[in-house]
Design a protein. Structure first.
Ligand code: NAD
Ligand code: IPM
Ligand code: MN
Length: 359
């Protein structure tokens, strides 16, 4: 197959982990006989510095001319005091909105080799397998009015019925293809937007009689994610709750550096990015865990290109390297086999070669 991939490295560890994912994709292309064309473009702080905007029009055009987008991370202290429109994060929010990427799919799966790296007891973290479906283009992030002055500030949490319906349907479909359980997380005891959210979930569930639905308040859901994470299959929630709960859930896997994500719209077009940020504290040190970015690339192959066996090969290769005891320093139980970002990628590629030879 021939595909064009827009690559937006961004800031901090973004370029390091994106380079890792691109290397892995090149290895896959060679082995499976695909041709990937690359369109590198600027986003975030790097784009503010070069083009004066966190999402330049050249970048939007590159993405529009591509079959999928692979993104690193944006942000950093250098731009933290910029006005809202000149902040790196605005570039990410704008690209999500521009492409209507309303469904952010964040799988959280315990890795047997990493159980010792989780702060949770092994018997709690073991066999966790859930997907957080986060609404990505509405809620507090985008609601108007949004402003502040010296004495007051306002953000607006608004959701329309249509926005809720489409994300809830996406989550029901996903639950149906998995273990048939859906937890809808809201704050319906306080928030008006959550009352509508809950009502829509109740209405839509008639179309999915095979899915068991539970409504949960976000505060207790945050607690249950840690005390009994195996109870979750698919979690659907609004934008900001999903942002917070997914970083929380990442500790089950041992590190935020393990979580990939897909941000998709109805026709399958998607942006793929790690859940983590630009990690300024370790940027430029060849220390970042590239797993989340590499696994995001695997999600891209599966979901946007229909390349199931290529995606599985990547996932198996990452797991094999971890099972051999090699990992980056964020995974505390890795012991004396801590390796650099670059070395980790080389190991993943060696595994891919081994898988291919043994087929
Ligand atoms: P962060 O996710 O960048 O880092 C949190 C902690 O996790 C840090 O200690 C970091 O070193 C560690 N970490 C994250 N990813 C890692 C990896 N792959 N390997 C090893 N360790 C990793 O969150 P933060 O520090 O709160 O935010 C830093 C910047 O990133 C901010 O500007 C923020 O706005 C931005 N951010 C961007 C995104 C994104 O681009 N999608 C997501 C979250 C935060
Ligand atoms: C994420 C990030 C972003 C978000 C920020 C950087 C805007 O935290 O992708 O999880 O809050 O959505
Ligand atoms: Mn986040």
């Amino acid at each position: 197959m021939e595909k064009t991939i827009a690559v937006l490295p961004g800031d901090g560890i973004g370029p390091e982990v994106t380079e890792a994912a691109v290397k892995v994709l090149k290895s896959i292309a060679m082995r499976y006989g695909h041709t990937f064309h690359w369109k590198f473009a600027a986003i975030g702080g790097a784009a503010v510095d070069e083009f004066g905007s966190p999402l330049p029009k050249e970048t939007v055009e590159a993405c529009e001319a591509s079959d999928a987008i692979l993104l690193g991370a944006v942000g950093g202290p250098k731009w933290d005091n910029n006005p809202a429109e000149q902040r790196p994060e605005k570039g990410l929010l704008n690209i999500r909105k521009h492409f209507d990427l309303f469904a952010n799919v964040r799988p959280v799966k315990a890795v047997p080799a990493l159980l010792g790296s989780s702060p949770l007891k092994e018997e709690i973290a073991r066999e966790v397998d859930m997907v957080i479906v986060r609404e990505l283009t509405g809620g507090l992030y985008f609601g108007e009015p949004k402003r502040h002055n010296e004495n007051s500030a306002v953000d607006t949490l608004v959701y329309t019925r249509a926005e809720i319906e489409r994300i809830v349907d996406q989550a029901f479909e996903m639950a149906r293809s998995r273990r048939g359980k859906l937890a809808s997380v809201d704050k319906a005891n306080v928030l008006e937007s959550s009352k509508l959210w809950r009502k829509v979930v109740e209405e839509r569930k008639a179309g999915y009689p095979d899915v068991e639905v539970e409504h949960m308040l976000v505060d207790s859901a945050a607690m249950k994610l840690i005390t009994n994470p195996r109870a979750f299959d698919v979690v659907v929630t609004e934008n900001m709750f999903g942002d917070i709960l997914s970083d929380e859930a990442s500790v089950i896997t041992g590190s935020l550096g393990m979580l990939p994500s897909a941000s998709i719209r109805s026709d399958g077009f998607g942006l793929y990015e790690p859940v983590h940020g630009s990690a300024p504290d370790i940027a430029g040190q060849n220390k970042a865990n590239p797993s989340a970015a590499i696994l995001s690339a695997a999600m891209m192959l599966r979901q946007s290109f229909g390349m199931e066996s290529e995606a599985s090969s990547i996932e198996d290769a990452v797991m094999s390297v971890l099972e051999d005891g090699y990992c980056t320093g964020d995974l505390s139980a890795c012991g004396n086999k801590v390796i650099s970002t670059e070395r980790f990628v080389e190991k993943v590629i060696e595994e891919l070669e081994r898988e291919f030879v043994s087929e």
